[in-house]
Design a protein around this ligand. Sequence first.
Ligand code: NAG
Ligand code: NAG
Ligand code: NAG
Ligand code: NAG
Ligand code: NAG
Ligand code: NAG
Length: 797
Amino acid sequence: MVFRLWLLLVLVLQLEQVSCENYTYSFTAKEIKAYKQEVRELFYFGFDSYLEHGYPFDEVKPISCVPKKRNFKDPNDRVTNDLLGNFTITLIDSLTTIAVLQDRPRFLEAVKLVERTFPDEDFDVDATVQVFETTIRVIGSLLSSHQYATDLTKAVYLGNEYDGSLLRLARNMADRLLPAYLTYTGLPVPRLNVKQKFNFPDFTDSLLAENNVAAMACPVFEFTILSYLTGDSKYEKVTRYAFDKTWSLRTHLDLLPMSFHPEKLTPYTPMTGVGASIDSFFEYALKGAVLFDDSDLMDIWDVAYESLRTSCKNDWFFANIMADTGQLFVPWIDSLSAFFPGLQVLAGDLDDAIAKHLMFLKIWNTFGGIPERWNFSPPESLSSSPSEDLESFDLNAIIPLEWYPLRPEFFESTYYLYRATKDPFYLNIGVHLLRDLKQRFKSNCGFAGFQNIITGELQDRMETFVLSESLKYLYLLFDEDNELHKSASDVIFSTEAHPMWLSQEVRSNYKRKAKFSDLTYSSHLEACYERDKELEAKENTLRGRIVGFAKSIFTQDEPDETPTDAILNHKINDKVPSICPMKPSHVMDGDSWYSPILSKFRRLFEIDTRYAATLIKPAHMQNYSAIELEPAFYSRWSNPQFSTCQIMATTEIFELIFDLPGLHQLNPLISDNETITFETFGGRSRLNIERIQIYQIDHYGELITASTFRNISRRDIYSQQCDTTASLYSPTFLYRVVAINGHTLPRHGTVHIKEHNFVSASNNTRKKDVLIIGSVGINDRAQLMIECTPIINLILV
Ligand SMILES: *[C@@H]1O[C@H](CO)[C@@H](O)[C@H](O)[C@H]1NC(C)=O
Ligand SMILES: *[C@@H]1O[C@H](CO)[C@@H](O)[C@H](O)[C@H]1NC(C)=O
Ligand SMILES: *[C@@H]1O[C@H](CO)[C@@H](O)[C@H](O)[C@H]1NC(C)=O
Ligand SMILES: *[C@@H]1O[C@H](CO)[C@@H](O)[C@H](O)[C@H]1NC(C)=O
Ligand SMILES: *[C@@H]1O[C@H](CO)[C@@H](O)[C@H](O)[C@H]1NC(C)=O
Ligand SMILES: *[C@@H]1O[C@H](CO)[C@@H](O)[C@H](O)[C@H]1NC(C)=O
């Protein structure tokens, strides 16, 4: 099962890049090579600037060309000190990018510099740092670099010029961080002082107060790799306990609140989503499942992803919702969640990944980066018509957090999508990201992201992920022939983009010979398991059984009841409200080259319309054209023969939520004939229902015709609730399911729910008791009805 995911990527790697030199704008092998070379130069510009102006401190300030140091004077300066432990962290975190560039001389040089910087192979610094960040940036990079240095098949293999120093350093750091787990609950505290080796750290209240899900769960990935490479299983066992324990704190909807008090286990916030504080939890459930061939982690991923899809998938993004009710909690998404489409590619959910990634492209087009937070639903007073009064419009209302420090997540998911689709669309995005890096963000001594995306003011800071992630993914996008793309064993990127793999030999050695001999940690874990047993007896969650709320999530303007001729003839012309922008004119010569997403994806411009109220360009972006509309690219890659332009929908979509006792089916059967079948229908289910009328344009961009309205019955077979005398009637509107639990239906798709299960889900054997659920009924066509209006494609079978 695990390898179903990887298959997709492996297959696409075999495809040849075909060149097409004759077009004015196309991606030839030569061009791609030139882009790759440019990224390489940009990386070395940043890295060498650090070496010259930042080393031996943690970072270099890209504008002022001085080191950015840990603030030893003010221990409470957490923004600086959480990350910067005086570990030369830019040097360490960048090692694997040099390895990805396959530059052996520079890799050897950098490894030797690390060795000279830490002659005692010891991170003996009096510094309190974040456990999670230090794990992913320091330990992760050291482990990956060690793998590179010792793997005969890699270009940067160092042979006898390397003696394992990086692995020893990684272990030294891990031993310094592991005491964070010696809490009553076994969940780590967020920060600790790395100098206090093996002594139970002197935790103060403020250090203990809050830890997020990603930080509590995720070190398991790096620590498990460390266990494989050292044969000491304590790193895996201690962190794996915390991972599983964290998952056990989920609500009855299988959603995890984003942060907890690590000692009391009480949630700090009811909010959940896929962004900051929880992002890497999903990432490492899936990536750990693949790298460690671990079916328990895969089960966690399957459940976690399904519940996300069911509860928080809001069409173009995953919204931030309440973990206990599934209701929308805050109307914004954050920058970090841009990684999620990449993860969906790994999970094999390519269609949804393509859609979700597009949202971030539109954000990039608008703001020139991905703001830390973007509000998709501005306050009422602002939403009326902001474009008429741009000057006075307050962008702060739609950008609650206005910085963009060149985070890598959008680069990352663009890379994954290109590997999976080979659509030049994604290369074109890469070309523009490269151009932006050169023209907008390249500074005196490195890359400066936005301090304020609204004003365009830059930030005198270059976080380590710029060199270790953003530029690495961009390079790999253009490097078809990279050894990672041809590797025999699965290569998994850590959350900090450090490539990880495990040889068969390492795996079997670990399985046979792993030891756990550290008494401190073994007795600690025993005590944790003991307490869990006591708790288990008390566990009990009650489930609701009533239909949830139905609320409109997307309302268009009043539909036009009288269709124009154009609509009736079903032709698209200027009179029809369309959501396609004016496409650049272009000439095609019959060649079949084109970008599938540009030509075939009907909803390419839907976001521009739907979120027009909050996708507003700041002044400094006025001249920036949408990446997907760049004329030369567009005319080269879009094929008018296949191009479709979606007409704007005039229907309305709302949500219907069921919360029923009984089993929730994780993976409903999706058959070729466009039927989704649910054997059981317990737990939380969320349906997106479209209310349709004759002559409206539906959500699929199609005209709704009278034939849909023929032969409709509302005769309720289990009660007298609806009008039974006139069982056939001509309704003015009907309902139709367009998505169920995050699975979108094609236009003629049908949902089948095994009736028996639906009925017994409401804990009754007599059929008529279905009506327990508020205003829901079933007609003699076996269609579910809400308030006596049939949902025409929801059939109880
Ligand atoms: C490209 O141009 C050359 C010279 O004009 C021509 O011989 C060749 O057939 C063209 N190739 C394609 C793919 O159109
Ligand atoms: C921080 O690192 C610098 C450079 O290696 C070193 O000179 C300094 O002593 C370190 N400071 C502390 C408090 O460890
Ligand atoms: C946009 O382009 C116009 C015309 O070339 C120029 O006058 C203006 O200064 C530009 N604005 C920005 C923000 O670059
Ligand atoms: C579609 O497939 C499902 C499951 O295989 C089957 O129950 C149903 O009858 C099929 N529907 C049509 C219209 O063929
Ligand atoms: C109307 O629907 C019923 C039940 O699905 C079916 O038996 C009947 O043939 C339909 N009549 C027409 C005219 O389509
Ligand atoms: C379901 O029915 C059983 C037997 O009548 C009853 O004991 C149980 O409490 C019911 N469960 C719910 C959730 O109503």
